[in-house]
Design a binder for this molecule. Structure first.
Ligand code: COA
Length: 206
């Protein structure tokens, strides 16, 4: 366990949940990031850019994530399975406005790990730290209109849809909207562990 410093002091990495360990990204994660982030099922709902991620960008992202976490500036974490250490995705919390306790959350999972509650579990753990440890007042999230899976995660945790941004993404010959979600500390509903057993590594990378 490594404690972070600066404004993130009090947070120990990895963050452990029932089935997951959220750790700092490391250089050996780059091939996984390249392959899984550039999978169109992940890429298209995640980012508005049209070009895929280059290796140099991922290398820089890992370096920046490690540096900024250590300096206490932002938290970009790799989502891994607690039992096996298998890397399955990523989650980030960036506090853009410390004066008003306002953070921004984003997350993704490699496709083979969808639909098992891992992203909800990770988002719940990070939100809990945001509110309980960092004493944030609210967390923001943005979801493209064609991404109901992500909206369901947010609603499960107590986020509300607060607005609609029109024509933020031009793709497949037309404009798409983005839904602005927000969660106030007092509305947060941490995820309660399900009784169904973890499916562990079933469906891991082929
Ligand atoms: C968004 C994304 C992370 C959602 O993945 P997901 O697998 O639907 O989310 P979770 O891991 O939280 O799984 C939740 C689902 O698993 C089901 N589930 C199965 N076992 C479960 C368990 N033990 N605990 C909780 N949920 C479980 C839930 O019922 C839920 O299904 P539902 O949405 O149909 O109700 C994924 O689609 C993704 O990476 N998309 C691309 C990137 C992206 O869109 N990021 C968000 C940008 S805003």
């Amino acid at each position: 366990m490594a404690p972070l410093s600066g404004r993130l002091s009090g947070i120990s990495i990895p963050i452990l949940t029932a089935r997951l360990a959220l750790r700092l990204p490391k250089p050996s994660d780059v091939p996984f990031l390249m392959r899984r982030l550039n999978d169109s099922a992940v890429f298209r709902p995640l980012v508005s850019r049209h070009t895929h991620f280059k290796k140099s960008e991922e290398v820089e992202w890992v370096r920046d994530s490690r540096k900024s976490a250590r300096k206490g500036e932002k938290l970009n974490l790799a989502i891994t399975l607690r039992e096996s250490g298998t890397l399955i995705g990523g989650i980030g919390l960036e506090i853009r406005d410390w004066d008003n306790g306002r953070g921004w959350i984003g997350y993704w999972l490699a496709k083979p790990y969808w639909h098992r509650g891992y992203a909800s579990e990770a988002a719940s753990a990070v939100s809990q730290i945001a509110f309980r440890r960092l004493k944030l007042h609210r967390i923001d999230a943005a979801v493209f209109e064609f991404n109901p899976r992500s909206a369901r995660i947010l609603r499960r945790l107590g986020f509300r849809q607060e607005g609609i941004r029109r024509e933020v993404l031009f793709r497949d010959g037309r404009w798409h909207r983005e839904f602005a979600f927000g969660l106030l500390a007092r509305d947060f509903r941490p995820l309660r562990a399900r009784t169904s057993p973890s499916r562990g590594d079933v469906g891991r990378d082929e």
